[in-house]
Design a protein around this ligand. Sequence first.
Ligand SMILES: Cc1ncc(COP(=O)(O)O)c(C=O)c1O
Length: 401
Amino acid sequence: MAQVLKYPDIISLAAGFVDNTTLPIDSWAEATQAVLSDQKLLRRSLQYDSTSGSAALRDTLIHWSYGGDSVGRPSADQVIVGAGSNQLLHLLAETLLNPGDIVLAAAPTYFVFMGTLAAMGARVVSVKADADGMCMDDLQATLDRLVAAGHAHKVKFIYLVTDFDNPSSSMLSLARRQRLLEIVERWRIQHGPMLIFSDNAYQHLRFSGQPIDPLMTMSAESSDYVVDFGTFSKSYSPGVRVGWCVAPSQIVAYVLGLKSSIDFGSPHFSQVVMNHVLTSGAWHKHQPQLLANYKSKLDSMLSALDRFASQIPGVTWRKPNGGLYVWLTLPEHIDAGEEGPLWQAATDRGVIYVPGHYCFAAEGQPVQRNTLRLSFGVLPECQIADAIERLSGAISSVCAG
Ligand SMILES: Cc1ncc(COP(=O)(O)O)c(C=O)c1O
C-alpha cells in the first residue's frame, strides 16, 4: 500500500483483488430487482434472520456444493453463513484455539489467516508443500515430532487451501486427499480430536483439468472432522460479502454462540439476493465469461514469463490450472523481501509483488525468502506483459549483480 501511494504509476502484481471488469453488475441488478419486487421476500430480507444465516441459502448451498446424494453429505444445520469466509475462519479459530495451541499449515500458505492465528497466540507449524499441495510424508513426520515432544494434545487443526491455493495455486491431489483423511482418522483414534480446515476460496476458479472431490464428502466419516469454508468473493463478487462454512455438528453451537455475541447474523439482504443468484441460474451463467477472462490473463502472464524470464538462470515458476496467482522462485541466494535488492530494483522499474516470505510460518519448514507471489487477477490484460518485462529486468539485474 505504502509503495502504491509513494509511486502512483506503479504496476501492482501484488493485489489479490478480483478483476473489476468481471464484476456481475447486470446479474446482481437483476437479482436485486427480483427481490425488490417480491414484497413478502423483501420484507423478510429487511428483518434480522438467524445467526446461522438464511435457511433458504443454507439449503441451496448444501445442494450446490455437494450435489444430490454424495457420500457424507452434510445437512443445512451444519452451515453457518458469514460476511465473507475470513470472518468464519476467524470465528472457528477463536472457538477452538487457546494460546499455545498448534495449527499445521502448508509452506507457503494464506498469510492473512496466519496473521489471525498468530494474534490468537497459536503456534503455526508449516509442512512441506509442492504443486500437488501439502506433502503427506512430511505431515506425518511433523505430527510424529510433535507427539515425541509431548505436544500431541495441543494440535487442533490442519489448515489447507485445497484448490488453487493462495499464494501458490497448488491443487491438493486426490491421492494426498485420501492419505490426509487416513492420517487424521488414525490421529483421532490415537490422540483425540483434530480437525481439517479446508478453505475452498478458489475452488470455482478452475480453467483446466478436472475437479477433485471435496474432503468433506470423500468418506462417510469426513464430515465429522472436516470444516469446509466457501465464499462468493472470487467466483462472483467480494463486495456482496457472502461466505459460509460447513462444520461438524458438535462445534456449530459453540461457533454460533460466539457469532451471536458479535453480530446477530451477517447481512440478511445480501444472503437473500445471493440465494436468488444461485437458484435462478445467474451464478452459472456468469461463470464462462469470468473463467475465460482469468484464463486469458493467466496465459498472458505465463507467456510473458516464458519470453522475459526463461533465460534467467535459476528462475522457475508454477503453471497453475486455476486461481489468481503464479508462484515464482528465484535462485536461493536472492532475497525477494522489502529489505532485499530485488524489491528496490523492481520498484525502481515501477512494479511490485508480494514477497513470498510472508506466506511461511516461523516454525517447521524454512522460510523461502527467494519466492514471489504474482497476481494476475486485478491487472488489465494489456499491462501484464509490461509488468513481467519490468520484473524480469529487475530480476536479471539482481542476479547479474
Ligand atoms: C485463501 C483465502 N481464503 C479466504 C479468503 C477470504 O475471502 P472472503 O472473506 O472475501 O470470503 C481469501 C481472500 O483473498 C483467500 O485468499
